[in-house]
Design a binder for this molecule. Sequence first.
Ligand code: URA
Length: 233
Amino acid sequence: MKNMDAKDPVEAELFYRFLKEEGIGEIYRTQETPKPQANPAPAAATGAKNDLLMLRDTVLKCAKCAELAATRKSVVFGSGNVTAALMFVGEAPGYEEDVQGLPFVGPAGQLLTKIIESIGLERKQVFIANVLKCRPPQNRTPQPEEILNCEPYLREQIERIKPRVLCALGTFAAQTLLKTGENISSMRGRFYDYHGAKLLCTYHPAYLLRNPGEKRKVWEDMKKIRQELGEAV
Ligand code: URA
């Protein structure tokens, strides 16, 4: 693996894991994935869960976008740890997500899982959501009105989960959260403030599937997130 400049063996191992394609090469394991820390105070977790469940009930009934409500199989609210220190935001559910009612469970989701694991975390430790909670037919681009309709739900999710770090995956998430028309390439790799949370934008895993040469940049972004999280997870 020529590109690898990490000197720390743990970083090296995480890097190999990150770049490893399904079924190709070996997993280099130098140490076990760090064990998750003890759970937060049960009362806080229960409160956050109840808040989020109430919001979920509202979102599951949403019919603000007539076309999406008529064509969806599921409303994909999001999943993960309700008190997560790290939250990922994608664009919109695709076919598999619509069928299963869960975010990032298709091919891009499998890569997202590897990305999460590359910084020593498990999916269940983070929260994963999308800008749109319903699949646009044929995975077409989300329309401005759909984003306007759905963005308040995302904002409320973030307010209730209170992540310390947010990671926007791809153009739509980055532009929606930062309310800008800027290009993802110019936004990625640095932290912005999002109502007190640190927001980092990076490339969408689906883009990485089409452009595997860009994985290195996402790896650099993930290291910044890991460093920002520090002992929080
Ligand atoms: N792409 C997304 O942006 N979100 C998903 O949930 C799946 C694929």
